[in-house]
Ligand binder design. Structure first.
Ligand code: FES
Ligand code: FES
Length: 154
């Protein structure tokens, strides 16, 4: 099957997509975008989170065919030529990255949170990130990073 979609503002046509192939697989293995991580492939960990038409989704649970004609934004598309997005800068500054496996999904989810709620409470941050699992950090530095990004965004 052929799938045409927009990824990080570029129109992409992918040939020979298998029925049932996940959007995550297509992004990583066919489009050379390994930022989104494959950890559980069951919608449990959030490491594969990308924007689909502006809403965060677990790309392991979306069939590539479902993305036909739609717009995807991955962690690679958060920053610009001018530099990293403030949420990416904040994760680095706060020391919220250890192994990094959870980080791309957390960045997309945190980015979405701040787009809709520029000054979230700690409870709102925890709720927004509840579907993104991290085995390394204990989450405190991730909360610090989101607080820092919110403060820097003003
Ligand atoms: S790899 Fe998609 S939710 Fe874990
Ligand atoms: S930094 Fe390792 S899983 Fe989160």
């Amino acid at each position: 099957m052929r799938v045409t979609l927009t990824v990080n503002n570029a129109v992409e046509t992918v040939e020979d997509v298998r029925p049932g192939e996940s959007l995550l697989f297509t992004l990583r293995e066919r489009l050379g975008l390994p930022g989104s991580k494959n950890a559980c492939e069951q919608g449990e960990c959030g490491s594969c989170t990308v924007y689909l038409d502006g809403r965060p989704v677990c790309s392991c649970l979306v069939a590539a065919g479902q993305a036909e004609g739609r717009s995807v934004r991955t962690v690679e598309g958060l920053g610009t030529d001018a530099g990293l997005d403030p949420i990416q800068e904040a994760f680095v500054a706060a020391g919220a990255v250890q192994c990094g496996f959870c980080t791309p999904g957390l960045l997309v989810q945190s980015h979405d949170l701040l787009e809709h709620n520029p000054n979230p409470t700690d409870a709102e941050i925890r709720e927004a990130l509840a579907g993104n699992l991290c085995r390394c950090t204990g989450y405190e530095k991730i909360l610090d990073a989101v607080r820092l990004a919110a403060a820097q965004r003003g």
